[in-house]
Ligand binder design. Structure first.
Ligand code: AP5
Ligand code: MG
Length: 245
């Protein structure tokens, strides 16, 4: 049967800070009309709104550290239960730790959903540093743009640098990713759902590869309950190398 078999298309974008998760998620959202669930964007919205969670999260994000698993799992539980997720969703920025990955497995079983594809955007550390130091963000809609962009192409707002793209936060973000988030990839490799995309290339070239991976996997992936039990991944070979993240 075709994509989703009535279960929608559920995608997970995995990669280091600056690997292009948000960029590719925007493309997928426009293409498939399903929500982009970005935990970093959700936290920044809380900070901007001055909520209690936002006040707690602000110094953590600014330092390049992770918000606690309990808080993040609660956020994702609430978000995936919303009706707009019924036709499918694109998760970006979660899970970032093995406990978060285990909680997401449980939640997917509860929701009777499964992932069609986990896209791993693999990019060298030098390139990550280059991209993060030059990135510009729209403070209104949170879309990201490469250096030199004058204004948001969606709403015309003046672009700004993200607080955690300042040099003092970028290194800690990559270090915590290597320590806590790289093991999450192994968690998904065991499911056979991981498609590894070489992040070298233009945004358009990467988008084409992402679409090929999504279309190739969306009709044949196992249900989420099978994720933890299955073994022998079919994703492209190669773990996180020394200089890639
Ligand atoms: P989050 O907002 O998720 O940040 P991140 O994971 O560090 O990733 P980024 O958003 O920086 O990068 P991206 O991969 O989206 O790249 P982008 O497409 O923008 O999280 C922020 C913080 O929130 C965390 O540090 C943590 O504190 C907290 N948090 C969030 N989730 C959490 C969780 N689950 N648990 C605990 N804490 C959590 O691209 C980057 C730049 O490169 C852009 O300028 C773009 O235009 C450019 N670019 C993209 N692709 C290409 C290409 N192919 N060639 C050239 N340039 C490119
Ligand atoms: Mg992002």
């Amino acid at each position: 049967m075709g994509r989703g078999v009535g279960w929608g298309m559920n995608l997970l974008l995995y990669g280091a800070p600056g690997s292009g998760k948000g960029t590719q998620a925007n493309m997928l959202r426009a293409r498939f009309g399903i929500p982009h669930i970005a935990t970093g964007d959700m936290l920044r919205a809380e900070i901007q709104a001055g909520t209690e969670l936002g006040r707690k999260a602000q110094p953590i994000l600014a330092a390049g550290q992770y918000v606690s698993d309990d808080i993040m799992i609660g956020i994702i539980r609430n978000r995936l239960r919303r009706p707009d997720c019924e036709p499918g969703f694109i998760i970006d920025g979660f899970p970032r730790t093995v406990p978060q990955a285990n909680a997401l497995d449980t939640l997917m079983v509860e929701l009777r959903k499964r992932f069609d594809c986990v896209i791993y955007l693999k990019v060298e550390v030098d390139e990550l540093l280059r991209r993060l130091s030059g990135r510009l963000v729209c403070p209104q809609c949170q879309r990201t743009f490469p250096p030199g962009t004058r204004a948001c192409t969606a709403d015309g707002s003046e672009l700004a640098q993200r607080e955690d793209d300042k040099p003092e936060a970028v290194r800690p973000r990559i270090e915590i990713y290597l320590e806590k988030t790289v093991p999450v990839l192994d968690h998904y490799r065991a499911s056979g759902l991981v498609s590894e995309i070489d992040g070298r290339g233009t945004i358009e070239e990467i988008s084409s590869q992402v679409l090929v991976a999504v279309n190739g996997r969306s009709s044949s992936s196992p249900r989420s309950g099978e994720v933890a039990r299955s073994a022998g991944g079919t994703g492209t070979a190669g773990g996180a190398g020394k200089k890639t993240a």
